[in-house]
Design a protein around this ligand. Structure first.
Ligand code: C2E
Ligand code: CA
Ligand code: CA
Ligand code: CA
Length: 273
């Protein structure tokens, strides 16, 4: 728990040491886990809204080898980001996903990239090296980036996006609508698409405003010639409403949980309701 000092600054509490110790321990374990390539990838399908066909998968990092309590990416990605381990971890995930997916027909691969990776001056060439090494076609790769640092380094971000676009790799803005700067970002950076944050799915069907918001986002994106993916879809009704709003791609537990590639190939097609 946080304790507030009189001037609003955080006062010391023993919990903070615990938090710091926990981070340091996870960081140390993660270092070893990356060296031993313990991190694996699950894939969640993205379906084409019009046909229900799986056209892409999103790679989601997992750490099954860790002893003790299992940590999800919501726990270990922030530690990786603050320690710099996100660089080797991100490349491990990318290499593994490209290797596993390269033989799977025309499926596109969506990979999450932290702003810290994106900011790294060698990031584009590192991605290019992994594509070359695995034989994965750049046109089948889509990078998902969350807002955060871009606004502080717009020149660097624009250069990186342009470099990827030149390579044939698409860059999309993840978690659109979850922050404050999102609309400004669309004007400032040449994304090839947006992913509407899953918090929007929750309200859809219950709150008429949510549908209006989503429809507005789709119009905005269409006007900028950007694709629109909706994520976090858990029900048939949400799927129908996102389709109605004009989203191009849909993703969520309704269409398939993160799973192995073999499991994804056996999923039923859930086409337009
Ligand atoms: P994200 O990129 O927004 O990914 C979507 C998250 O929502 C995933 O959680 C996914 O399992 C979950 N999800 C999918 N469908 C549904 C649904 O219908 N309902 C709900 N409630 N949730 C759904 P996960 O796998 O725990 O990943 C959490 C976050 O960790 C990701 O959010 C992403 O930001 C980050 N992450 C995961 N893998 C990587 C990675 O390799 N690199 C980086 N930099 N970040 C990653
Ligand atoms: Ca994502
Ligand atoms: Ca997201
Ligand atoms: Ca997220």
């Amino acid at each position: 728990a946080k304790a507030e000092g009189g001037n609003g600054a955080q006062a010391y509490t023993p919990d903070m040491d615990l938090g710091r110790e926990w981070r340091q321990q996870v960081e140390a374990e993660m270092r070893g886990g990356i060296d031993r390539a313990e991190f694996t990838v699950l894939y969640q399908p993205l379906v084409e809204a019009r046909t229900g066909k799986i056209i892409a998968v999103e790679a989601l990092a997992r750490w099954p080898g860790r002893r003790g309590e299992e940590l999800g990416p919501g726990d270990f990605i922030p530690v990786a980001e603050s320690s710099g381990l996100i660089h080797p971890l991100g490349l491990l995930v990318l290499r593994r996903a490209c290797t596993e997916l390269v033989g799977h027909g025309q499926l596109r691969l969506n990979v999450n990239v932290s702003p810290a990776q994106f900011r790294h001056p060698h990031f584009e060439s590192e991605v290019a090296a992994v594509l070359h090494e695995t034989g994965f076609p750049p046109e089948r790769l889509q990078i998902e980036i969350t807002e955060g640092y871009l606004i502080d380094h717009p020149a660097r971000a624009n250069r990186a996006i342009a470099a990827f676009t030149d390579m044939g790799v698409q860059v999309v803005l993840d978690d659109f609508g979850s922050g404050f700067a999102s609309i400004g970002y669309l004007r400032q950076f040449p994304f090839s698409g947006i992913k509407i944050d899953k918090s929007l799915a929750v309200g859809l069907g219950r709150d008429p405003k949510a549908l209006l918001l989503v429809t507005g986002m789709v119009h905005l994106a269409n006007g900028l010639e950007m694709s629109v993916t909706a994520e976090g879809i858990e029900t048939e009704q949400q799927a129908a409403l996102f389709r109605l709003a004009g989203c191009h791609e849909l993703q969520g537990y309704y269409f398939g949980m993160p799973a192995s590639l073999a499991a994804i190939e056996h999923l039923p097609i859930r086409s337009a309701a």
